[in-house]
Design a protein around this ligand. Structure first.
Ligand code: FAD
Length: 235
């Protein structure tokens, strides 16, 4: 069985690897190297706490998986467990308090902890939660490691632009690329923000709305500690 994976950002790279290694499938992965792909720009923070229970469960599984990656891919994926601090409002503090009772990896911080760790007065928050074993990875190192390991396991990589999807009998059966037509038993679309426009070429409307956002990068003159934890402020 042949699988055709469109896009080799973190999703396409991981999917290509697991289809080949875990399922023994023949995989071809195609990427054109779009300059605005998300993966190389990601901060790649990995953490397990979300207010929604199902999302938390999935993210915590992901966090454990990330822990295994250095060994699995036999390389340094830049995992730094610096800890992640979530700044919380009243509603999310109640949820965090409940979770911290049952999950030992989570700890509610006191006001003193917050002031010491953040090095400034936080008056507009109800509390904060520390995930000790969370942190960030190097997104490029992780993606490259997946792709290298995928290639070692027989995955074919191509540098081509996918122009449209090919549809027959109500199924996606392949794609037209700058190098010609490619047919496969399964087509995996992992083209990030370009997935919607590609699906539209097969008359499938993806109900997503892509918009540009602004990202501001600041460099602290004196970080409160080194290495310092990731701080997620959703208040
Ligand atoms: C500034 C920023 C910070 C972020 N921080 C975090 C974070 O801290 N933690 C976190 O979990 N997530 C974070 N994210 C989100 C995360 O980076 C993305 O969810 C993830 O990288 C998406 O990966 P992807 O493989 O789906 O898409 P992409 O990385 O966008 O990959 C899609 C690939 O498809 C290729 N492609 C597209 N169209 C075509 C085509 N027609 N033909 C051939 N190839 C094509 C592109 O070249 C690209 O390589 C952040 C994102 C940004 C932008």
């Amino acid at each position: 069985m042949t699988c055709f994976v469109i896009g080799s950002g973190i999703h396409g790279a991981a999917i290509a690897y697991h289809l080949a290694v875990d399922h023994g499938l023949r995989v071809v992965v195609v990427d054109s190297g779009r300059p605005l792909a998300a993966t190389p720009q990601s901060v790649a923070v990995v953490h397990g706490f979300y207010p929604e229970h199902d999302r938390s469960r999935l993210a915590t599984l992901g966090l454990r998986q990330i822990d295994e990656m250095n060994r699995l891919l036999d390389t340094d994926i830049g995992l730094r467990k610096v800890g992640v601090i979530h700044l919380l409002d009243d509603q999310h503090l109640t949820i965090a308090r409940d979770r911290a009772r049952t999950e030992t990896r989570l700890r509610l911080l006191t006001r003193d902890d917050i002031d010491r760790l953040l090095g400034c007065d936080q008056t507009d928050i109800a509390g904060a939660l520390l995930e000790r074993d969370a942190g960030y990875v190097d997104p490029v190192a992780l993606t490259s490691a997946y792709l290298s390991a995928a290639q070692v396991n027989g995955v074919e990589r191509r540098h081509e632009d996918v122009l449209s999807l090919l549809r027959a009998d109500g199924r996606i059966v392949g794609a037209r690329t700058t190098a010609g037509e490619l047919y496969a038993d399964t087509v995996v679309l992992a083209a990030g923000a370009d997935s919607g426009p590609l699906l539209a070429t097969a008359d499938i409307q993806l109900p997503t709305n892509i918009r540009r956002v602004q990202v501001l990068r600041l460099r602290a003159e004196r970080p409160p500690s080194d290495p310092h934890p990731v701080v997620l402020d959703t208040v």
